[in-house]
Write a new protein. Sequence first.
Length: 244
Amino acid sequence: MYRHIRLDKNEVFYVGIGKVKKTAKYKQSIYSRGYTKHSRNKHWNNIVKNTEYLIDIMYESNNSKEIKKKEIEFIKIYGRRDLGTGTLVNMTDGGEGCFNPAKESLMIGKLNGNAKKVFRYDIEGNFIKKYDALADAVRDINGNIKSDHNGIVACCTKRIHIFKKSLWFYKYQGKKVNYKGTKLSKYLHKPIGKYDINTLKLLKVYNTMYEAITENNLDLYSNNIRECANGKQKQAFGYVWKFV
C-alpha cells in the first residue's frame, strides 16, 4: 500500500494499493503502481501538474484481503475530498472495488463514448440483465471501476470468453445464447487436465478450461492454456495442459 504526499502543503492526497514485482531491480519498478502516473483520475493529475509529490510505501503484505482492508482504513482516516471528509482525491472508499464511488465515476459511461448498452448472460447462456452503460454494469457487480470495465469490454469484443462468471455482449442475443459448436462451447464444457511439466503426471482434471483458469488464478486474457491443449505450445504457466 502506498500514499502520495503533495509537497506544497505536506498533505496526503492519494492512497492506493498495487502488486510488488519482486524480480524487478529498482524501487520504481518493484512498486510500479505507486510510481506510475498512468490511469490516474483528473483530480490527481491536476495536483501533480502544480506541485512535486512524494511516494511513500506504507505497508506490505502477501495477504490481499489484509492489504485491501488497510487501504479502506487509511482512506477513511485521511478522508475523501469529494465527500468533504478530507484531502484524498480517491474516487472510492478503497478495497479495489466500487465501494461508495464518487458520482462522477458512476457517470463515466454516460458522459463519454462508453455509454454503450451491455447485455449479461449466465454461463449457461440465459439472459440476466440489460445495462444502458458500462458504468452501470460495473456498479451492479460491485467491481473495480477500471479493471472490471476493461474485463467486460474484453468479453464483449471476444478477447476473452467469460468475465465474472458471466457472458457479456454489446447486442441482445435473445433469451438464451446458442453457442453449441463454437469455441465458447469447448471453453465451457470440455474437460482439461493439468500435468506436471517434468514427469507429465496428471495433477488434476478440471471440468472446463474456464474452471482451470479461475481456480489457478491465471490470466483471463491469455490463450496459452488453450494453445497448449491444442498442441501449439509445450507448456503454459509452468504446466502441461491437455483436453481429456
